[in-house]
Write a new protein. Structure first.
Length: 130
């Protein structure tokens, strides 16, 4: 009896291991993809909120030059800051939309901007769900 038991248990173990390995690999890949999607959405949303507050009206002492130079510099700062904010907001909405297969965040992603209170609520919702 013991002469048959060892090979039979070995075959059963190989069959069970061979059957579970693809499932386990797929499950771990799904969890990793989900975690990466959450991390990307949280990071993009936080980046968009940080980009909302950009340098504005830098004093003439920092820029140097006459008042026209300082005014032109501050105008460029505002334009670049708004461009960065709009791009970051778009990326945040794309990252939140990519999260949809795993988790649906409450909020309206159809508007061009996610307001600060909405972003705070979304972050509060996303961090524990991660």
């Amino acid at each position: 009896m013991s002469a048959w038991l060892t090979p039979v248990l070995g075959l059963v173990g190989a069959f069970v291991g061979g059957s579970l390995a693809p499932w386990l690999t797929a499950h771990l890949a799904w969890r990793r993809t989900r975690r990466e999607a959450f991390n990307a959405a949280i990071s993009a949303l936080r980046t968009a909120q940080v980009a909302r507050h950009f340098a504005n009206d830098v004093p003439a002492d920092y820029v140097g030059g006459d008042s026209a130079t300082v005014a032109a510099y501050n105008q460029r700062l505002r334009e670049r800051g708004i461009d960065r904010f709009v791009d970051a907001m778009h990326e945040a909405k794309v990252a939140l939309a990519a999260l949809e297969p795993f988790y649906r965040v409450s909020g309206d992603l159809d508007r061009w901007e996610i307001t600060e209170p909405d972003a705070d609520r979304m972050l509060t919702e996303l961090l524990p769900a991660r």
